[in-house]
Design a protein around this ligand. Sequence first.
Ligand code: GTP
Ligand code: MG
Length: 627
Amino acid sequence: MLHFHQKTDSVCTIILAGNPNVGKSTVFNGLTGMHQHTGNWSGKTVALATGRCKIKNHTYAFTDLPGCYSLHACSTEEKIAGSCLMGNTAHAVLVICDAVCLERNLHLVLQILAVTDNVILCVNLMDQAAKKGIHISCDILEKELHIPVIGITARRKREIRRLKTFLNTCMYEKNTVRQSFSEQNPDLSTPEIQARLASSLYQKAVCRKKQHLPSFDQALDTLFTGKYTGIFCMLLLLLGIFWITLLGANSISQVLQDVLFRLEPLLYEKLSGILPLKLCQLLVFGCYRVTAWVVSVMLPPMAVFFPLFTLLEDFGYLPRIAFNMDCCFSKCRACGKQALTMLMGFGCNAVGVTGCRIIDSPRERLIAILTNSFVPCNGRFPTILAVLTIFFATALPSDSRILHALLLAVLLTCVILFGVAMTFLASRLLSATILKGVPSSFTLELPPYRKPQICSVLLHSIINRTLLVLTRAIFAAFPAGLLIWLTANIRIDQTTLLTLLSSFLDPFARLLGLDGTILLAFILGIPANEIVIPVMIMAYTAQSSLVDFQSLSSLHTLLTEQGWTFSTAVSMLIFSVLHWPCATTLLTIKKETHSLKWTALAFLLPTCMGFLLCFLVTCFFRILSLS
Ligand SMILES: Nc1nc2c(ncn2[C@@H]2O[C@H](COP(=O)(O)OP(=O)(O)OP(=O)(O)O)[C@@H](O)[C@H]2O)c(=O)[nH]1
Ligand SMILES: [Mg+2]
């Protein structure tokens, strides 16, 4: 016999467990107000996350676990979940189930019941079940399992409030003394018994009103995962996203530039009255100008791109990309799930590296970790976008804004595809040399398509992704701006430190088609890739006479004034994709691999490939200009 009324501690601890992609993190975010990554594919949560909330004067601490199918599974993130549940010291385990495929989810519920009785069952996605004509009786489940059961739709705020009240009732108010289900079923830990019980429970508690007919989902899957149509749709979607991003970003960028750069002279006028001239110049022409640039040029593309990408993620499209690319990865002797880690890398390479835990084979996981930075992350993405926009925008006729944006989108898609091609090449190289082996088999669940939550996606991507990256960029730009300003003003033998440093790097950089300042900006960008362009601007403006730098076109003037040519822009793009990962990513690689050797390789691999390719491209352009 047991009941939930056993706590003496001041904080009530509850673990959230369940199969992958059943809405655990959505429930966790709803309960705690946190922003754990959610999206429609399995394996997003790879580490434990904790958060607190108060319900009627009681403090609760919730732990969000990675999804797992079984307590004895072998993948890294499932092991984390399994060991947390087996050595469970929490007051209760809230098991989240998917109402659409309850029978499969019940296996895990029964396994958890075999190790602990303090279980609360939350049947989520009731809205999806209702749409499919599935009715679930929580009363029958409660009666049969001897545990509290609630059915919810976690996306709705009022349902989360209902869950909170329900939890509080279970934990503090309802002093129900229950019979233990595991005592009644002593053989509960045997898989056969679990399967039998799950099936009989399902028969009793679930009623399917209508037969599931071949649906719109299947039609979409034929299109999105078809042999030829799959790749075509993938490219079209990528192109479409970039096109909308560029079109949308242009207008927002223009407005922001107008406002922010109009403020610059006003700010200078105000500050010059109170501050020494040099300090005033540092703050206005250094820090403010870079910040204004970061905000007006970097913010708009991110603010459009991330919501679009998140909409696709919420819709359930990402695992279909992994499915389509599986064949290419297996040809490179890598794992198809690497495509998902690359997509995570689009957001942040450090997240992508941690996400590699979804790959079971250690060899393939290492390949995915070492090549993750070949996909441009949040931080590098705007730099590439800026170089393309600045450089190619003036090179291309711009009569029609729509056509112009489309051309840029094609170019951007090519840059991303170049990163993907380099990933294949590096994966193949690694698996033919130091990481030899055959590709392992794996199962990847293709989730049902779900209608994305447009408002919450917009809010989530703007607050969590865009503003986070922007804040990081501004915070990194400020000390870098300071450093650059100092190096531009400290003189050794009449030459500024900046000129000395960039001229030291210059001969080598020229071999790569770059210049000393660009290479210096990339080196200073190790803490955060976002600051490469701002640092470069600061370094150039410190050397240049151009004072009224305001917009992308004046940046284009600045760059050409500094000797940039088409070849420089191409080398810059290659080097933006292929260079050392940022400090955060390197630290994460060290944490994940526990090895300095692999971390060093993760640094050297893209860098050497970048050097080599830039050198080859520069040679090509030089030969072309000679002939
Ligand atoms: N329609 C609907 N969608 C939901 C509901 N709950 C969650 N979702 C969606 O289901 C998807 C998966 O949710 P997550 O919270 O990321 O699932 P998870 O269990 O944490 O997934 P993993 O961490 O990968 O195991 C997301 O796209 C959610 O928006 C719901 O009640 N109704
Ligand atoms: Mg999760």
